[in-house]
Design a binder for this molecule. Structure first.
Ligand code: PLP
Length: 472
């Protein structure tokens, strides 16, 4: 360790032990230099290290002061990705993340799965039992390509909550939101095309874009308000963008809800440049505010928005039921569905339709919104307690995913190798960037409450982050 690192560690320890208290002025550079027999620039470097870690902050013409230790961590800053087309990488890392679902790793901080243990899901099992007893043969047949009509009717009703007025004929049922997004891409784009995505952005969509031979331009994104429209406009002027991908409500991974005015503005941009918006609303119904936020699709008179959603996050991912409202792309979407999967299982569609019709879905949603919001409060409180100073943490407005930005010197991939020895794993931020940015960030899942075992794991993650910081 160099001399300035040694000095920074010593001062950090003194702050930790309360020898220098929150808000207190630290010794001047000159006095520390003579006290420790080191040069002025060594002390200055040590102070810069502590400043980067947000342990101390400078005051003009006064010196350095200890930053209040338990202050609420700031929000992640506006991201700054490269603004030119890149090919998506990282398939092997994404595969590792997906495989972790079935590994020994506990708890599921790394995953994108909801809590499946709530009693409000039980009526779904009853509905399945009833269908298998009384309509077994019907459940085993082929479905119509567009999906079971009674489920499309229920989805059309649900969509009213996001201000979308659509008919069952405007909806195509898919195998989860994953298939909806994959169909949307193929309906709108050709290999070699370029699309714009939020940065960071859901890794699943980016792997599909890679698979279909598309390039992406990552657009700077604010952790509170979403994609920067100023940056998007510059990119639209510069590159022949075919579509804009957005998760505007309860975004994965940052949890923001794009304000209504910005939703209108992004739609206006898409109209001006005559391109499609692929809107992923898979978390929209889990917004903590009620009524839930509107979808961009609800403003779309020109039919250029393809709205995608599913019951995976609100109810259960294993059902594999989603939908797409494709606007003017309906015919292409039906063709893409036909050449992909042909049809969707009737059984799960009918069970979900019954569950919604009997009022169980709304009851379940009400419970889950409150439950995830409570989990978030507890979780962020513990992250603040166990993680080092100098982190930025998102403030999700819905869903169950938290984005944590560590100091840039930390590499979460290295960090994960240490965690693996303890059977712990976190989602590396670099999976959410086409160009491998955000390797110092992680996404954490707070769908399950922090029981003592999960809390011990979170504390361990915080300790390893602290050690990683000390070793940089
Ligand atoms: C933003 C986003 N879109 C789509 C999906 C895929 O959803 P589904 O499980 O319904 O295919 C996920 C799942 O993690 C997601 O986070």
């Amino acid at each position: 360790m160099t001399r300035y690192q040694q000095l920074a560690t010593l001062l950090a320890e003194r702050i930790e032990q309360g020898l220098y208290q929150s808000g207190e002025r630290l010794p001047s550079v000159r006095s520390l230099s003579s006290e420790h027999g080191v040069s002025i620039s060594t002390v200055q470097q040590a102070y810069h290290v502590l400043e980067d870690r947000q342990l101390i902050s400078p005051q003009p013409r006064s010196g350095y002061y200890v930053t209040p230790r338990k202050a609420v961590p700031p929000l992640p800053r506006l991201t700054r990705p490269a603004r030119w087309p890149v090919e998506v990488k990282q398939w092997s890392e994404v595969l590792e993340l997906i495989n972790s679902r079935h590994s020994e790793c506990t708890p599921g901080f790394f995953s994108g799965a909801p809590d499946l243990t709530q009693s409000t899901v039980k009526p779904l099992w009853r509905e399945m039992g009833r269908l298998s007893q009384h309509q077994a043969a019907e459940m085993l047949g082929y479905d119509q390509i567009q999906g079971t009509r009674i489920l499309r009717e229920q989805i059309a009703r649900l969509l009213l909550d996001s201000n979308c007025v659509v008919n069952p004929e405007d909806i195509v049922i898919t195998n989860g939101c994953h298939e909806a997004l994959s169909i949307a891409i193929r309906a709108v784009c050709e290999p070699g095309d370029i699309v714009a995505v939020e940065s960071p952005s859901f890794h699943g969509t980016m792997q599909m874009l890679r698979g279909y031979g598309l390039k992406v331009v990552e657009i700077p994104t604010d952790s509170a308000t979403g994609m920067s429209l100023e940056a998007l406009e510059l990119v639209l002027e510069q590159w022949p963008i075919k579509a804009i991908f957005l998760v505007p409500n309860c975004n994965n991974p940052q949890g923001f809800i794009m304000p209504d005015a910005r939703k209108k503005a992004v739609l206006n941009l898409a109209k001006r440049y005559d391109i499609a918006i692929i809107e992923d609303d898979v978390y929209g119904e889990l917004a903590y505010e009620y009524p839930r936020p509107m979808a961009i699709k609800s403003l779309d008179v020109g039919d250029c928005v393809l709205l995608c959603g599913s019951f995976s996050k609100t109810l259960a991912p294993g059902l594999r039921i989603g939908w797409i409202v494709p606007g003017r792309y309906l015919d292409r979407v039906l063709h893409m569905k036909y050449i992909g999967t042909g049809s969707t299982p009737v059984f799960t569609q009918r069970a979900i339709a019954g569950f919604i019709r009997e009022g169980h879905y709304h009851r379940h949603l009400r419970r889950m919104r409150q439950y995830y919001q409570r989990n978030l409060e507890h979780f962020t409180c513990r992250v603040r307690q166990y993680f080092p100073c100098g982190i930025c943490v998102s403030r999700p407005q819905g869903g169950f995913l938290l984005w944590v930005e560590l100091p840039e010197s930390i590499d979460v991939a290295r960090f994960n190798r240490l965690l693996r020895e303890e059977n712990i794993y976190v989602a590396n931020g670099s999976l959410f960037s086409a160009s491998g940015k955000y390797s110092h960030c992680m996404r954490l899942n707070y769908a399950l409450p922090l029981d003592p075992a999960a809390e011990a794991v979170l504390r361990k993650v915080g300790e390893i982050a602290e050690q990683a910081l000390e070793n940089t």
